[in-house]
Ligand binder design. Structure first.
Ligand SMILES: Cc1ncc(C[n+]2csc(CCOP(=O)(O)OP(=O)(O)O)c2C)c(N)n1
Ligand code: SF4
Length: 471
């Protein structure tokens, strides 16, 4: 009969390591190995290996994915609760495990953990508190004990360095977490109890109950400068009085499963969300152009006040109205009115992975600084439309199509300078032929509140159309 077996959710041998695939990277007696085993056992017992996503921290456990045969995302230092929130909200059934050290969670990542807990995200967080920065050579952590000697407090932590932060207590000051417990690896009984707490935190997530936080007091023999046995004794004798081991809160029994959602806000349907954002079904759906077009990576740049951001938003709405996918990413610089502003838009028939546009294939330069800033980034074969009313120079690139349209003059002659952006969008829609100009015309009354301004914008569209026909 097999009494003890390595959990299935740990690899039988750690082949991702460069050498010694049968041992971990952890020092002898380190608590990380124990915690890994307890989590792996919980994953096995709950039968969730194929849907578990482990979030590796920065710290000694950075190579978590060497060991766990499960999904993994390596997060920036302290950011795993934010990454976990993203995974939670896109993969409804995933079991998302945040594994964090005290440098990771209680120092650089304090904001992320507090807000994820405060939102009551359905997550399991395992906080390995070894009172020190292990990976970087034993510097003081926020959890370092008073008087404890570390690389940065060689005479011992003094009150000048603050007091040990009780993260379980901080969590307990928030309203939404459903389960908060501090456990210890200081004794064999403590390890058994830690295993039960870890499993319970995972089970809460499986049942969609909400946010569970387990703080695990864990030895770091190497940086504490002790052997394995001494470190567990030191932990029980010195850490446990400062960090009381107990259940701080357990309301999982009463907690109702959180509402289910998929890629959308849990309390808003798709239509309500679109209406709120002023897009999708709230827009007229037009057949538009049926021809396929290459994905458009558009950068619009100009002075603040030239309507750069609203031009981007309008372009994205036109695409959505024609049944295309679009993203609009405004860039809010520190600029005031008169400074420079830019926005990125992607138009595609396919789903769009990221809204960032580093290499545009379309540049709409409403002013000279935008042409200077973005000309070099345009893809070969791309299109640059320059506001020739105020940009004196020509495009220097010879591997792109350059058009010069006096969009500021057109808007000015129609008596409405803020309509410069409408003139530029018209020029782009005509030159590129990707979307129907009629769609833009139809959307203007929906976006511009005052009827007098609707008229002016429509006149600017007509004037630009005429200019483009003539030239
Ligand atoms: C943004 C950033 N800042 C600082 C570091 C350096 N750094 C790496 S690990 C670490 C602390 C690790 O301590 P802890 O989270 O307690 O984990 P342990 O190694 O003790 O398990 C720090 C400060 C980094 N990698 N990235
Ligand atoms: S330095 Fe400390 S925390 Fe890091 S592996 Fe060694 S014992 Fe573990």
């Amino acid at each position: 009969m097999i009494k003890f077996q390595k959990p299935r959710s740990l690899y039988p041998s750690f082949d991702r390591k460069d050498s010694l695939p049968l041992v971990t990277t952890y020092c002898p007696g380190c608590g990380h190995g124990t915690v890994h085993k307890l989590i792996a056992r919980a994953i096995d017992e709950l039968g969730v290996q194929d849907k578990t996503v482990m979030l590796s921290p920065v710290g000694c456990s950075v190579f978590l994915y060497y060991y766990f045969d499960a999904g993994n995302i390596q997060c920036s230092h302290g950011r795993s609760p934010a990454v976990a929130t993203g995974v939670r909200r896109t993969l409804e059934d995933a079991i998302v495990v945040c594994y964090q050290g005290d440098g990771d969670l209680a120092a650089i990542g304090t904001t992320e953990i507090v807000h994820a807990a405060n939102r009551g995200e359905n997550l399991s967080v395992f906080f390995v508190n070894n009172a020190i920065y292990g990976m970087t050579g034993g510097q003081m952590a926020p959890t370092t004990l008073p008087g404890q000697k570390t690389a940065t407090t060689p005479l011992g932590r003094s009150s000048f360095d603050g007091a040990p932060i009780g993260m379980a207590e901080v969590m307990n000051s928030l309203r939404l977490p459903i389960y908060i417990e501090r456990v210890t690896l200081g004794t064999p009984a403590g390890v058994m109890k830690a295993g039960r707490a870890i499993k319970k935190a995972m089970a809460n997530q499986v049942e969609k109950k909400g946010f569970s936080f387990i703080e695990i007091l864990s030895p770091c023999p190497v940086n504490w400068k002790m052997d394995a046995a001494e470190s567990r004794e030191w932990l029980a004798k010195n850490m446990e009085p400062i960090f009381p081991v107990k259940v701080f809160r357990d309301t999982a029994e009463q907690a109702q499963p959180l509402p289910s959602f998929s890629g959308c806000h849990p309390w808003l349907g798709d239509d309500a969300l679109r209406a709120l954002l002023g897009s999708g079904s709230a827009l007229p759906q037009r057949p538009g152009r049926t021809e396929s077009f290459p994905d458009q990576y558009v950068k619009i740049g100009g002075f603040g006040g030239q309507g750069v951001l609203s031009a981007g938003s309008m372009l994205a709405k036109c695409a959505v109205a024609e049944g295309r996918n679009a993203t609009w990413l405004p860039s809010y610089g520190a600029e005031m009115r008169g400074g420079t502003a830019n926005t990125s838009i992607i138009l595609s028939a396919a789903e769009i992975g990221s809204p960032a546009v580093d290499r545009p294939n379309v540049l709409l330069a409403l002013n000279g600084p935008s042409l200077d800033a973005f000309e070099d980034s345009v893809q070969p074969g791309g299109l640059i439309i320059v506001n020739s009313s105020i940009v004196a120079r020509k495009v220097t690139r010879t591997d792109v199509t350059a058009l010069y349209v006096p969009v500021s003059d057109i808007a000015k002659e129609e008596g409405f300078i803020p309509g410069t952006n409408s003139a530029m969008l018209t020029a782009y829609l005509i030159a590129s032929k990707v979307l129907d100009l009629e769609t833009f015309r139809e959307l203007i009354p929906r976006s511009v509140k005052k009827s007098a301004l609707v008229e002016l914008n429509l006149k600017i569209v007509a004037r630009t159309e005429e200019y483009m026909r003539k030239h």
